[in-house]
Write a protein that binds this ligand. Sequence first.
Ligand SMILES: *Cc1c(COP(=O)(O)O)cnc(C)c1O
Length: 497
Amino acid sequence: MTSATTISGHQGLQMDEPLIFELDSPGSSGVDLPPPPKVKSRLGAVAARNGVGLPGLSEPEVVRHYTRLSQKNYAIDSGFYPLGSCTMKHNPRLNEKMARLPGFADVHPLQPVSTVQGALELIDTLAGWLKTLTGMKAVALSPAAGAHGEMCGMMAIAAAHEHRGGPARKRVLVPESAHGTNPATAAALGMTVEAIPATEDGRIDLPAFKAKLGFDVAAVMLTNPNTCGLFEREVKALADAVHEAGAFLYCDGANFNAIIGRVRVADLGVDAMHINLHKTFSTPHGGGGPGSGPVVFSEALAPFIPLPAIIHDDDGYRLIETQDDDDGTALAFGRMKAFHGQMGVFVRALAYSLSHGADGLYQASADAVLSANYILAKLKDTFNAPFEGPCMHEALFDDKSLKGTGVSTLDIAKALIDEGFHPMTVYFPLVVHGAMLIEPTESESKRSIDQFIATMKGLAERAKTDAASFHAAPTLAPRRRLDETAAARKPILKWKK
Ligand SMILES: *Cc1c(COP(=O)(O)O)cnc(C)c1O
């Protein structure tokens, strides 16, 4: 359902954009070919009998179609994007420029190692930054995203248990508030997942957790800061208990932006943690580009990390791709990826680190936390905050204050679209009713945060008197409210004439 009530279907300068197949005018073409030579067929029996099924359009029509589609993609470059747990921060143009240098952009993973010494040096330098920032012993750079990194970390943990021998360990403990990828990873590896309950203040219930520990537990997957935007204060005691039980502590590091430069993850007793380079180290993501999820490892897990390894010695940089005693890779559990990782994201992450410097990263985490606490302080009398602040880099609200108005969290999110804001994360974490998780990041100005706060206050006021206006929202976007259940359950994936 489109929003426009105009004759053309367009609205302002926002065009209503059909599918390219609906724009088909048979015979149109973007190229002007010379007339065919006077032979019957140069292809003979292999000539196509039917058309290839591509739409016919002129070049300007094709250009406009894709330009308009690109303009429908709301991005961090268009406006405030407070999607909690996703760290939608500014992507410095310097990073983009570096990633496009031909020496990095055009390297091929099968090039002789002697011709990619600079690229390997870059990867190795980035590895150094990640190990220093976390205090960890080793890093695997190949995982392609956070979820892939979780898989990588848990596979190293499984390999370590197997190497140690002893009884089978199949149980994995995961807090109730965890991101869905945590239990999904454990389940995909054939482990059974058990939820760890939370306390009233939104953190792990340590006594309840300890009661669940046993010698059949393989690992605990913890997110810190957790998805309620809170630091798990008892993480050290938790890690000690995990290690006493012979298990490993996996940390979901998606929220690293809150603690970068301030907390050395190794000091918390973590054995493995993925870092979403596309979140904390600023790479366009969420429809904007590929991710990268390197995993840092403790001393205990370092021998098991996947290949490839990069070694620097008198002969320069070497890429180790096989299990080998001499290279210290005898126990490596295998590979996560055909090649070596997301080179473009590595370049961006290193450019980001070098341009910030250690002091700049230290400042960035402080500013991210300050922005979130500003939102929490300004909105906590309007929307209910389920947990006592201060928060880390994201502010969490529930839907208590909307009770009785007939307006839901989803309605607020949809109304924000009409107001020119990308909605916050909604209904996550699951442990909070009608959750609204707002992550402004350090790169948002006070002016834009204030505008968002004023809009949220205005919407809360309107909810009390005019609930009906919310139920149709968005009314100013190219599409009105969609039936999201039908879209998920019965998606139409193929265009039919
Ligand atoms: C984003 C995120 C993940 C998954 O990372 P991807 O890079 O999207 O695969 C896992 N856990 C948390 C808490 C996240 O925010």
